[in-house]
Design a protein around this ligand. Structure first.
Ligand code: FES
Length: 102
């Protein structure tokens, strides 16, 4: 069975920005794209653990602030030639409320 946890509203996350959610499993970065989709990744770059929440969002991609790796927000995968995955979490938006699948 799916469980959904209310974690934010869309307005809580700046457009093309992010917000960090502290959880027992570590920090989760919530990103809002220009088309108002919300993506959640572990706030840890697959390269050397940089804080992806501090990165620059463009399209459905975030550029890590440390060494500039590009991470696909849709699946958490580093974009070639880089390799690795930040670990994606599933979110949904309903009436402006953001839910995380737990
Ligand atoms: S830690 Fe993210 S690119 Fe190096």
């Amino acid at each position: 069975m799916e469980n959904w946890q209310l974690i934010a509203t869309l307005e809580d996350i700046p457009p093309l920005g992010s917000r960090v959610l502290k959880t027992a499993q570590g920090d989760i970065a919530l990103f809002r794209s220009a088309d108002d989709q919300v993506f959640a990744l572990h706030d840890k770059c697959p390269h050397k653990g940089g804080p992806l929440s501090q990165g620059i969002v463009f399209g459905h991609t975030v550029a890590c602030p440390l060494h500039g790796w590009n991470i696909n927000l849709e699946d958490g995968q580093a974009i070639a030639p880089d390799k690795g995955c930040a670990g994606k979490l599933i979110t949904k938006i309903e009436n402006g409320a953001v839910f995380l699948r737990t």
